[in-house]
Design a binder for this molecule. Structure first.
Ligand code: AKB
Length: 330
C-alpha cells in the first residue's frame, strides 16, 4: 500500500514515493459511511475520493466526493484517472434482505459493479479491496466453524453475486496480477451507521428498541446463531487486510469474525444493563436466510497470516452500543 504498507507484523508505516489515492464506492452505505472517515484519518482527507449515487451535506463537507453509479464504467474511469487513484475500496452492493426484494437489481449492481472495478484495476494497475460475506455459504456448507475453503452454494441472490465476486477477484489476480483483497464480513453492528438491508440488521435495531421502548420484536427466531462483529473491529480488520504486506497473504479472500450469538443471547447481554428489556420473536423470510448461513466461522488463516485479533466480545459490544446510543438519544 505505497506509503502506508505495514512493515512486518507491526502497524507502523513506511515511506514510499507514490502517495496512495483511494476511491471509495458506496460511501453512504452501512460500512462506507464509517470506513470513509476512518480511512481519511489514516491517509489524509484529500487522498480519498468518496462516491455514491446519493450524498448528504455532511458527506460533501467532509472531503472530495464524486457522483458514481458503479454500473457506469466510463464515469468510474474518468474519476479514477482524473484523481490519480491507486486503490479502489468497493462497498457499493445490495445486501441479502434487500436483494431478495429485488433480485434482478441485486444481480445487476453486484456483478457489473465488481466487473467494472476489476476491469479498470487491470487496465490501470489499481489495487482493489471489496468485501465478501458469510452469505456465500449455504445449507450444504458445514455450519459450525466454517472454514475458508468449503462448499459455497448460497440461496440468496446476494450470496450468488458474492461467490461470483470472489471467483472473479481470484481470476483477475491470477490472470492480470490485480492486487485483489477481500474479507468475508459477518453481521456488522454499529452505533452510528443504520443497518443496510441485511439479515443481520436485527443486531443493530435491537439496541435502539431496547433504549427507546424496552421491547424488541425480532424478525429472526431466538436460536438463529450467526457470526457477528462490532464496527470498530470491522474497520480495523479492513484496514489491516488493505495494508498487509502482500507476501503475507496466501489467499485473496479471508473469513473474519469476532463472536457468534443468537438473538436470545444478545437479549441476555442487553439485560445485564437493562434488566427490564424484553424480546419477542416473529420470524420472517430473513430467518429462513439466516438458517442457511454458518453459526460460526473459522478465521484462523486471517489470524495467522496478517495478525487479525478482534477486541470486542458479546458483552463488550453490547455495553459499548448501549453507552453510545444512550448518549445519542439524550
Ligand atoms: C447481510 O445480512 O446481508 C449482511 C451480510 C452478513 O453480509 N450484513
Amino acid at each position: 500500500l505505497g506509503g502506508y504498507m505495514r512493515t512486518g507484523t507491526g502497524t507502523e508505516v513506511e515511506a514510499h514515493p507514490e502517495t496512495p489515492r483511494f476511491f471509495v464506492t458506496g460511501a453512504c452505505g452501512q460500512i462506507g459511511q464509517e470506513f470513509l472517515p476512518f480511512l481519511r484519518s489514516k491517509v489524509g482527507v484529500d487522498n480519498v475520493v468518496a462516491s455514491d449515487v446519493r450524498t448528504s451535506r455532511k458527506l460533501l463537507d467532509s472531503g472530495p466526493f464524486s457522483y458514481c453509479d458503479v454500473l457506469d464504467k466510463d464515469n468510474m474511469a474518468r474519476i479514477i484517472l482524473e484523481n490519480g487513484i491507486t486503490h479502489v475500496v468497493h462497498f457499493a452492493t445490495l445486501l441479502s434482505a434487500i436483494g431478495e426484494r429485488n433480485p434482478a437489481l441485486a444481480l445487476k449492481v453486484n456483478t457489473h459493479g465488481i466487473q467494472n472495478v476489476l476491469d479498470l484495476a487491470a487496465a490501470h494497475g489499481l489495487s482493489v479491496y471489496a468485501p465478501s460475506t458469510i452469505a456465500v455459504f449455504g445449507s450444504s456448507t458445514p455450519r459450525h466453524n466454517t472454514p475458508d475453503d468449503t462448499v459455497m452454494r448460497p440461496h440468496t441472490m446476494y450470496g450468488i453475486t458474492k461467490v461470483h465476486q470472489e471467483l472473479l477477484g481470484q481470476y483477475y489476480h491470477d490472470r492480470y496480477g490485480v492486487d485483489y483483497r477481500s474479507l468475508r464480513y459477518p453481521g456488522i453492528i454499529s452505533a452510528n451507521a443504520p443497518p443496510g438491508g441485511g439479515t443481520t440488521d436485527y443486531g443493530v435495531e435491537i439496541f435502539g428498541a431496547a433504549l427507546q421502548t424496552g421491547h424488541y420484536n425480532c424478525f429472526l427466531d431466538s436460536d438463529a446463531a450467526l457470526p457477528m462483529m462490532y464496527m470498530p473491529d470491522c474497520l480495523e480488520a479492513t484496514w489491516q487486510i488493505i495494508t498487509a504486506p502482500r507476501d503475507h497473504l496466501k489467499q485473496t479472500t479471508y473469513n473474519v469474525t469476532a463472536v457468534s450469538f443468537t438473538p436470545a443471547e444478545l437479549a441476555e447481554a442487553i439485560r445485564h444493563r437493562l434488566p427490564h428489556f424484553s424480546i419477542s420473536y416473529s420470524p420472517d423470510f430473513r430467518d429462513s436466510i439466516a438458517k442457511t448461513w454458518p453459526a460460526s466461522i473459522d478465521d484462523s488463516a486471517a489470524r495467522q497470516q496478517w495478525g487479525w485479533a478482534p477486541k470486542f466480545d458479546l458483552q463488550a459490544l453490547a455495553d459499548d452500543m448501549l453507552t453510545r446510543l444512550a448518549a445519542k438519544y439524550k
